[in-house]
Design a binder for this molecule. Structure first.
Ligand code: F6P
Length: 500
């Protein structure tokens, strides 16, 4: 059994060897001897040696032959880290300076449209949303809009509330080839044009954050408006790079650095904490064990904090794009891989799918994420916060302990439904950073337990490839569709001549 750690309120932002977060795995439905076996299993998988490779820039992304060095981006202690014998910290620091100075340059800007998708969207969107709901003293009045979906309704709803003259556009794409992002960027440029803004002026309003500056310049972004990052940063791990720029622009550079500091505190914990108290490892082992012994296929992530509404969305990409695979490192099929990750905030979740989680035949483990300090200063906020906590603790107990008699099945709660409790002392940039890093490292550990490469995503390519001739066929009347699948060809015909 893990010893309960006291909640701490006085966290130093660096040299912090213990975790900034609280984790309670009492209800994980794992016995002491099972935990011992699990820690032994982690040793057999050499997880701690491989953890070293993650932090020191070894080429752990084997299929793409490159490191996965997102931890360097939050290495605020600036200790040198080498990729191909070159210390990457000076270039990371250059980007920090670029972000810092753009916070001053953006004064007077009313709207920022951040255009990106997947890893170029979820992270900064989550952090801005989480901090925006707080009574944040450093928050300025700039409106930050996130545009990801190629559905024009997404763009339309943003443009409706945007002042064209004083807008800045940030195109965020690691590859700078992502169709949705480039199409949205062109649409926004066309909108600026339609507002009578001259092309020479438009080019000064456009910025790019990318690992492919050449393509960004080719697209028309001025070299001085490009914030670089590097191919050794995975898209879904990129919020710590300049991809997180809107966090700095909206909440100040210090807040952005606090966000990085929180993640680095979690990195230090992951690096130095022994297996028994190592939070990312414990979370990974618990889920792996539940998949193996309880045939678990999905996991619910329930933040008891409305401000963390987008956390499950961000985690869906992180976990499922990283570990939702069949092929193992050795090319053979793996026995387990990522479960389905889903979730919405509590208490709303209780009035939605918790029925199934309490009484459905399938076991769905839950991670409860709660915040110790109340998240507003409204009149009566303490009452509401206590109610929120009471619900969180009650649900956790109900899943674990159950109640009733199986002879009366309709009113029977089986219990033994695994769940963890994770607590942030307060909701701020530091602890949101720590929380995201906690789950990044869980994903990394899970990938090692499953025996697969967490850092590529070949499964997303087929759909992108198929979309090219389909889009051509939708656009042109003369396009020969005989090379398309007959069902798809028929659907295209129907799209052109619908009969409702
Ligand atoms: O969905 C595939 C993917 O490559 C993700 O991994 C990535 O986060 C997203 O597309 C966006 O990619 P980019 O930042 O290169 O535009």
């Amino acid at each position: 059994m893990v010893k309960m750690k006291e909640l701490r309120h006085d966290l130093p932002h660096s040299h912090y060897m213990d975790s900034p977060l609280f984790l309670d795995t009492h209800f994980s439905q794992i016995t002491d001897s099972q935990w011992e076996n699990l820690f032994q299993f982690a040793k057999d998988k050499a997880i701690f040696q491989k953890r070293e490779n993650l932090f020191t820039g070894k080429k752990i992304n084997l299929s793409e032959n490159r490191p996965a060095l997102h931890t360097a981006l939050r290495n605020i202690s600036r200790k040198p880290i080498y990729v191909n014998n070159v210390d990457v910290m000076p270039m990371i620091e250059d980007v920090w300076r670029q972000i810092d100075s753009s916070c001053n340059q953006f004064v007077g800007v009313t709207d920022i449209i951040h255009i990106g998708i997947g890893g170029s969207d979820f992270g900064p969107r989550l952090v801005c949303d989480a901090l925006n709901n707080l009574n944040h003293s450093k928050k300025n009045h700039t409106r930050v809009h996130f545009l990801s979906n190629v559905d024009s309704a997404d763009l339309a709803s943003i443009l409706e509330k945007t002042e064209s003259e004083s807008t800045r556009i940030i195109i965020v794409s690691k590859a700078f080839t992502t169709v949705e992002t480039l199409l949205n960027a062109k649409a926004v440029m066309a909108w600026l044009d339609s507002k009578g803004i001259k092309p020479s002026q438009v080019s000064k309003m456009i910025y790019a954050i990318t690992a492919n500056p050449k393509l960004a310049m080719h697209f028309g972004v001025l070299e001085e408006n490009i914030f670089p990052f590097w191919d050794w940063v995975g898209g879904r791990f990129s919020v710590w790079s300049a991809v997180g720029l809107p966090i700095a622009l909206k909440f100040g550079f210090d807040t952005y650095m606090e966000f990085l500091a929180g993640a680095q505190a979690m990195d230090q914990h992951f690096l130095h904490s022994p297996d028994v108290t190592n939070q990312p490892l414990r979370l990974a082992l618990a889920l792996y064990h539940q998949q193996k012994t309880l045939n678990v296929k999905s996991q619910a992530i329930i933040p008891y904090a409305q401000s963390l509404n987008l956390f499950p969305h961000w985690l869906q990409q992180l976990e499922m794009e990283s570990n939702g695979k069949t092929a193992g490192i050795d090319g053979n099929a793996v026995p387990f891989s990522s479960p389905v990750i889903f979730g919405i905030p509590g208490t709303n979740a209780q009035h939605s799918f918790f029925q199934m989680l309490h009484q459905g035949p399938e076991i769905i483990p839950v991670d409860f994420i709660a915040v110790h300090e109340s998240m507003s200063d409204l009149f009566h906020h303490q009452n509401q916060h206590q109610q929120l906590w009471a619900n969180c603790l009650a649900q956790s107990e109900a899943f674990a302990m159950g109640q009733g008699d199986p002879s009366n099945l309709n009113h029977y709660y089986s219990g033994k439904r695994p769940n963890n409790l994770i607590v942030l002392p307060r909701l701020d940039a530091f602890h949101v950073g720590a929380l995201m890093a906690l789950y990044e490292h869980r994903t990394f550990c899970l990938g090692l337990l499953y025996g697969l490469n967490s850092f590529d995503q070949p499964g997303v390519e087929l759909g992108k490839k198929l979309a090219i001739p389909i889009e051509e066929a939708l656009r042109s009347d003369s396009k020969d569709v005989s090379n398309l699948h007959p069902v798809t060809a028929q659907r295209i015909q129907w799209f052109k001549n619908p009969n409702f």
